[in-house]
Design a protein around this ligand. Structure first.
Ligand SMILES: Nc1ncnc2c1ncn2[C@@H]1O[C@H](COP(=O)(O)OP(=O)(O)O)[C@@H](O)[C@H]1O
Ligand SMILES: [Mg+2]
Length: 167
């Protein structure tokens, strides 16, 4: 499992459950203001990973694909923290720019998990984020490449990497 750089980490998942568990471990580490940008083709596993993130974070209801509703908001009961699960799949960059997402992305007490984040790079890149790019190697194997931008998300990635590979 190569560490490409200090701010990049690569992992090969062997099945959907492993991707979900990986997401759950990341979900436990999230703090308000964190932005997780998911990239990769249809069927790469963005929603599966997001489901794990939601479970680890503590969503009461399972995260389902937000493709048809654009975004779903989850509230964690014990501290009222919010997690927005957003999907840009059906949108053009110009439409995305008019959604008012600047009120959500990076807001205190608010986490954003965005599928197809690469459709609106200007909106996501801002202050910082953790980008996760998924690639299909075959029917079940996926490469997940984690890349952190900004101090907070670099710290998040470092904690995550320590959890996963112990260093
Ligand atoms: N290692 C893996 N990680 C994630 N999904 C996998 C994996 N192997 C097979 N799959 C399957 O690939 C599909 C991924 O779907 P989904 O998460 O909805 O993709 P996306 O949201 O990227 O379009 C699911 O049917 C899942 O069961
Ligand atoms: Mg999806």
């Amino acid at each position: 499992m190569p560490i490409l750089n200090q701010d990049t980490f690569e992992f090969v998942s062997r099945n959907a459950d492993q991707t979900r568990r990986l997401g759950a471990r990341l979900g436990t580490l999230l703090e308000g203001g964190d932005i997780i940008a998911l990239e990769g083709n249809l069927g790469a596993g963005k929603t599966v990973l997001a489901q794990g993130i939601g479970r680890g974070w503590g969503a009461q209801d399972p995260l389902i694909s937000p493709t048809f509703v654009l975004m779903r908001r989850h509230t964690r009961p014990h501290d009222q923290q919010k997690l927005y699960h957003i999907d840009f799949y059906r949108l053009q960059p110009a439409e995305i720019a008019h959604l008012g997402l600047e009120e959500i992305l990076g807001a205190p007490g608010t986490i954003a998990v965005v599928e197809w984040a690469d459709r609106a790079p200007d909106i996501i890149s801002g202050e910082g984020h953790l980008r996760i790019t998924l690639h299909c190697l075959d029917e079940y194997r996926r490469t997940l490449t984690f890349h952190a931008v900004g101090d907070r998300h670099n710290a998040l990635l470092e904690n995550f990497r320590k959890e996963i590979i112990g260093r």
